[in-house]
Design a protein around this ligand. Structure first.
Ligand SMILES: Cc1cc2nc3c(=O)[nH]c(=O)nc-3n(C[C@H](O)[C@H](O)[C@H](O)COP(=O)(O)OP(=O)(O)OC[C@H]3O[C@@H](n4cnc5c(N)ncnc54)[C@H](O)[C@@H]3O)c2cc1C
Ligand code: FES
Length: 256
């Protein structure tokens, strides 16, 4: 469990708030697994692997800002990979990605394409400038974008774009994005009785990342996002805290 040292080799500015950091090691991971990233002197935070040797970071606070400002030659510590990752299943797949939630879904799209799976990708962001990995996803399947401000693609939230598809023609849905978006997607799948063929990757506050401290448990099941997840089937999440509240560093409930 001692972090392995990784040297940053390349920094790619993906959007005004999101950067990809590629390092000199390739953790042996499956799509949807995460690493605990130790930023010396600052914090240790969970990050999905967006590439075999890389993570994609949105600048939201102290640790992610320090990561976003790193340069080639700087180093970080990595523990992991941890978590269950996505289960690869189905022949006709819909991938639904919002904002930086596209990060764990990119390696999944690549693997599914290698298996010859037919993929529709719905990619959402606040504005066209914040769309993440549009070009990379388009190599794996048919892509449709939605922006909140209408600056590119469908004008509105991603569930509006989902509405333009025959959802019953898909046999698996993979989802990651802001929590309110994931709740809206889950509710829509539930309306169509499709929640049992969906997989959602959750973001929660982590301390240990290995299932010991209990800071990432979700109500009412008590499942630990770091150890039992971060990927959960929609039917497990349907009556959960998803989209209602999460917990901060002290364990206090924060309402969405
Ligand atoms: C399994 C997993 C994979 C993740 N993958 C990525 C990724 O690929 N790219 C990425 O940019 N982020 C990812 N995150 C979220 C990332 O860990 C947080 O954004 C980060 O910990 C924030 O730390 P900070 O010190 O920069 O901000 P803080 O100052 O700690 O927090 C800033 C804001 O972000 C919220 N926040 C803090 N921690 C989390 C968290 N774990 N999840 C959601 N919101 C949080 C806080 O409530 C606060 O509003 C992932 C989280 C998990 C659990
Ligand atoms: S972060 Fe400690 S149990 Fe999940």
């Amino acid at each position: 469990m001692i972090p392995v040292n990784a040297i940053i080799k390349e920094v790619i500015k993906e959007t005004p708030t999101i950067s990809t950091l590629k390092f000199d090691i390739k953790p042996d991971a499956i799509p949807g697994q995460f690493v605990m990233v130790w930023i010396r002197g600052v914090d240790e935070i969970p990050m999905a692997l967006s590439h075999p040797n890389g993570i994609t970071v949105q600048n939201v606070g102290d640790a992610s800002e320090t990561l976003s400002n790193m340069e080639p030659g700087d180093s970080i510590g990595l523990r992991g990979p941890f978590g269950n990752g996505f289960e690869l299943s189905g022949q006709r797949i819909m991938i639904i990605a919002g904002g930086v939630g596209a990060a764990p879904l990119l390696p999944l799209a690549h693997q599914l394409r290698l298996k010859g799976t037919k993929i529709s990708i719905l990619l959402g962001a606040k504005t066209s400038k914040e769309l993440l990995f549009e070009e990379q996803f388009s190599r794996s399947g048919e892509i449709n974008v939605a922006t909140d401000d209408g600056s590119k693609g469908y004008h509105g939230v991603i569930t509006g774009l989902m509405d333009t598809y025959d959802l019953n023609s898909f046999d698996m849905f993979y989802v990651c994005g802001p929590e309110m978006m994931m709740r809206a997607v889950l509710d829509m799948l539930h309306t169509n009785s499709l929640e049992s063929i969906s997989q959602f990757s959750l973001h929660r506050y982590f301390k240990c990342g290995i299932g010991v401290c209990g800071s990432c448990t979700i109500d009412p099941s008590g499942l630990r996002v770091c150890k039992d997840g971060p990927v959960f089937c929609g039917n497990i999440l349907l009556n959960s805290e998803l989209g209602k509240y999460h917990r901060d560093v002290t364990g206090k409930k924060i309402m969405f």
